[in-house]
Design a protein around this ligand. Structure first.
Ligand SMILES: *[C@@H]1O[C@H](CO)[C@@H](O)[C@H](O)[C@H]1NC(C)=O
Length: 181
């Protein structure tokens, strides 16, 4: 009888440990989220919002230039981050793109800069919506149950996203996030 209880108990321990291990693999070799995207949204037919988005983008670039935090968005060049592969930096999207239903630009944020960047964006976003999602191993989860919004949320088109893979690795040359030593 006792043996039976013991086996039953061991079985449940094993089951919960393996499911825990599976659910915690964020990227191969990583059990925590170490990189995020902050997508700055703006209504692409609204010149006032476009101006706000361009101004916010310039402020972000200035902060990176001055070494206040390291994030990557349109406008970051080799002059600012010497090792970066400029060809990989996405542009300022004047129309909906991928899952995003309005104008947007992506800002890649490694965990080393997360708190400073979040503080900056909370104080500087104005009326603009910010969509924050992790770079994990399931694009659908990353953009839904693991995502957060500053300001009003917008509908996403999930059809371009994968449930069995995450976003491609970005900027390993910076040695931050998943590529930190
Ligand atoms: C960067 O940080 C310094 C020191 O906190 C601050 O004075 C400055 O305004 C910040 N922004 C820029 C763009 O340098």
């Amino acid at each position: 009888m006792e043996m039976k209880v013991f086996f039953c108990f061991s079985f449940f321990v094993l089951l919960s440990v393996t499911s825990l291990a599976r659910s915690q693999v964020v990227k191969p070799g990583h059990d925590q989220i170490k990189e995020f995207h902050f997508h700055i949204y703006w209504l692409q037919n609204n010149p006032e919002q476009e101006w706000q988005a361009l101004t916010l983008k310039e402020k972000i670039v200035d902060e990176v230039h001055n070494g206040n935090f390291t994030v990557v968005c349109d406008g970051i060049t080799n002059e600012i981050l010497p090792t970066i592969n400029e060809d990989e930096v996405p542009g300022f999207n004047v129309q909906p793109i991928g899952p995003h239903s309005c104008g947007s630009f992506e800002t890649w944020v490694p965990r080393e800069s997360y708190a400073k960047f979040l503080s900056f964006i909370l104080l500087n976003r104005g009326d603009l919506t910010i969509f924050i999602h992790p770079l994990g191993n399931n694009e659908i989860d990353d953009h839904t149950i693991h995502a957060s919004w500053l300001g009003q949320s917008y509908p996403l088109d999930l059809s371009p996203l994968s449930a069995v893979g995450g976003d491609d690795p970005q900027y390993p040359e910076l040695g931050l996030g998943y590529n930190a030593m």
